[in-house]
Design a protein around this ligand. Structure first.
Ligand code: FE
Length: 192
């Protein structure tokens, strides 16, 4: 029987190679986007365990953490209608939609207040976008669907679940947070 392609393991290997040879954020975002796109263009690999929504909270399942914390891969599962607060990342990040769709609204700090910049971008399965302190780090994201689950795969330039970052209210209030993960054990890459 033909072996099913281990897409996640392939991505981890090629992303590790990219990070080994490249430190420039611009190149990582550019080449990393193509690698992430290869992963999300086919929706047949994410184990159900890491695709489960929660009734109240969007879920962030750790799929892989680089042993040197140079990057991490997360499955972000949106329940119907779920939405993030305005938040930052403090490191570069790539977001690729695997299933369903989401809206991302960019924000900027304008004299102490947080204002939406432009219109929300609708991302559908196969789309990839980047965030970072260089290219724009503040946004608010929501499931495009009120009655369906959506899932995006995120790659960040750190072990994101351990990074201290912030959420913001439009009036300028900032609150620091550490997102953590919804799971304690990432999948075994050898057994996908
Ligand atoms: Fe984000």
């Amino acid at each position: 029987m033909a072996q099913k392609t281990n897409r996640l393991k392939t991505l981890v290997n090629s992303f590790t190679e990219l990070i080994d040879k490249e430190q420039a954020e611009e190149i990582i975002l550019q080449q990393g986007s193509a690698l992430l796109k290869d992963l999300i263009v086919t929706d047949d690999w994410l184990p159900d365990e890491y695709a489960q929504p929660h009734r109240k909270f969007y879920q962030q399942y750790l799929l892989y953490a680089d042993p040197d914390s140079r990057f991490s891969i997360v499955s972000f599962v949106w329940g119907p209608g779920q939405v993030t607060p305005i938040h930052n990342h403090t490191v570069w990040g790539l977001v690729g939609v695997l299933r369903g769709a989401e809206y991302a609204q960019a924000y900027e700090n304008n004299q102490g207040q947080y204002l939406a910049v432009g219109e929300p971008i609708k991302m559908v399965a196969g789309d990839v976008e980047a965030v970072s302190p260089t290219v724009g780090d503040l946004h608010k994201v929501r499931n495009a669907y009120a009655e369906e689950v959506s899932i995006s795969i995120h790659i960040y330039g750190a072990n994101i679940g351990k990074v201290e970052r912030s959420v913001f209210l439009e009036d300028g209030t900032e609150k620091s947070f550490i997102s953590g993960y919804s799971n304690s054990i990432p999948p075994d890459l050898e057994n996908l």
